[in-house]
Design a binder for this molecule. Sequence first.
Ligand code: URA
Length: 430
Amino acid sequence: MIPAELIKKKRNNQVLEESELREFLTGYVKGTIPDYQMAAMLMAIYFNSMEPDEIDSLVAIMLESGDRMNFSHLDRYVADKHSTGGVGDKVSIILGPLLASAGLAIPMISGRSLGHTGGTLDKLETIPGFRTNIDLSEFNRLVHDVGIAMISQTDEICPADRKMYALRDVTGTIESIPLICGSIMSKKIAEGIQGLVLDVKTGNGAFMKTKERAQKLGAALQRIGKSFQITTDVVYTSMDQPLGRYAGLWCEIQESVDGLHGKGPEDTMIITYELGARLLLQANLAQSREAAITLQKDLIHSGAAYDKFLEMVGAQSGDPEVFDNNSEHHGAHFEQIIAAPLSGIIQKMDTYIIGLAIVELGGGRKKASDLIDPSAGIEFYHKIGAEISKGDTIMRCFNSNESKLEGASRMLTSSFEIGDEVVEHELIVQ
Ligand code: URA
């Protein structure tokens, strides 16, 4: 195989044979194909997409690059949730422990921040000591003993996605249906799950900007789930504004803890309960959507979900005591207020720019080797439809590197529009 010939084939919009894709991908994972050739291949896939058979081969080959878990010995329903990427999306951190406290087994392989979107792993790693790089046998043990583990791709599990994900992040090749399918479904199938719920985001802060594109992605993900015998539900939710009151790193962990204490922001909890209901119904632990939502609220209010979160944190070497008194932990040294330049109603938010502003603050990576500032984030005081007066605080951004604050706050100043029309935001997109 001559790698450049395969790159040219995809560049010329031809279909790659399974054997060709296999040689290319395995060569990349082994290191015989360098990043620059994979980057060119990713860009060719980005522009020319792939046929359904090619996508299936991509998923299968990415899956084969590592091991596949088997939890069939557990007497619990084994399931997971994944989102296609958002800003302020901390749902996994609330929902994982919540469902584990309901009796499901949740072997969750998550991602780091990707492009303008936040990553569950980067957020979790702001908990002192919390380890996400966990080997297969420990992953197995944690899911067995605790009922949940939230880990990263490793050399053993989804190594192809680990390398490709990091490369896509810095080469402008994220927003591609085949590449998102390969990335998400190779991780989910490797988990050995029976059920899956996917939060497919749509809107200006999503990788799929329109409902039609999101539906195309959702249908492709669901088709792949079915062909691997995973019961797969899809919920479409809006990324036309960030989720929750905070977006960033440690601030999202704090907000997740609020959610687990029953004090989470309304939009975040609506999505959490909606996604959770799908899996509780799949697991036969509830007979209706309403009963599934009530069950989840009970687990939050009894403290069972939060206790499970603390158990998970401890089991992954995190320090649960940080949540007893966290006022000092990752405190941001600098902040800037973004005020309303005029009175009126917030018409729109540019969630893409808001996500990029978090990267600018230090909360995401511009190149693969960048270190993340755990204190970086944004607080949203008002969102779409809110009536505000000139001078009101709309957002507050914060971090611990003053030189990055100015650029980020300039971006945020242009991230919303004020007008006269009464507008509403549709959270769950029908
Ligand atoms: N989440 C993933 O795991 N991969 C993607 O490509 C996008 C979102």
